[in-house]
Design a protein around this ligand. Sequence first.
Ligand SMILES: [Zn+2]
Length: 314
Amino acid sequence: MATLSKQVAELFQSQVQDWELAKENYKGVGSVETRTFSFGTIGFLVQYNPKRMVSSAAKVDARSIEERECFLCAENRPTEQKAVDFIGKYEVLVNPFPIFPRHLTIPDRRHTRQEISGRIGDMLVLSENLDEYVIFYNGPKCGASAPDHFHFQAGNKGFLPLEKSFESLSKKVFAEKTGIRIGTISDYPCPLFFFESQDKYAIAQMFEKLYALLEMKEREYEPMMNIVAWKNEANFVVCVFPRAQHRPDCFFAEGESNILLSPASVDMGGVLITPQEKDFRKITENDIRQIISEVCVSSSQLEKVADRLKITWK
Ligand SMILES: [Zn+2]
């Protein structure tokens, strides 16, 4: 077991024992209710998780962010929350509001905004050092509840349908060079690009090329996206979900049609989080399709970017 893995396992052990909030919330996460919806070859789960209200309904507008104390800065964290160092640049924390049976938050040591460019290499080093975890990144308007403080998250493997079924999904490889494959996946409900390679630097380099091709919305500083990455026996795998919208229309709807669901990487990976019981009970396959079609880019938009990426590849 890698050193970081071992330190994190020990951290987790001690936090769920000594920190009341973590103890309570991790006890509950094993018994949360789920429903399964099948989309062709893959099953998506809906998880009823009231503890996630704090994140799903987080106010992330500039003013609200300015008015609150940053909960990822060391000086504002609860004294019970302990940390493990990662490469001198990040800290690994136990997330006290878990979705996964083991759920980590990995903030930068400095209070600096959520921005992925230049950090995919770090993300992959992390996936190598925590190889029993899936690492994920939520863009500032794609599910991050602290868009002002850079952070990754991690959840144990064997939980997200995306990671569990990745090998058997139908991949359309559009670029393949020695040691790296890039493509899209035709039988996955959310349009995505994947990168697969033994060489993390090759992925980091190609990711920046993709990044440069994604649409940047007005008044934004990065293209909207969620990223899920892990290391398997042979390769690093990176899945990039370009996004079109922060929250679906049903999030803002009044009355019966309201569904409080604010999609992030975990949702893209196949576990949709509903903090309210009414939404968990009533959500339908059609609602899920509608939400995905609003917050993700379309397959045809994805193909257009793929065509341009093919050109820069040559
Ligand atoms: Zn901060």
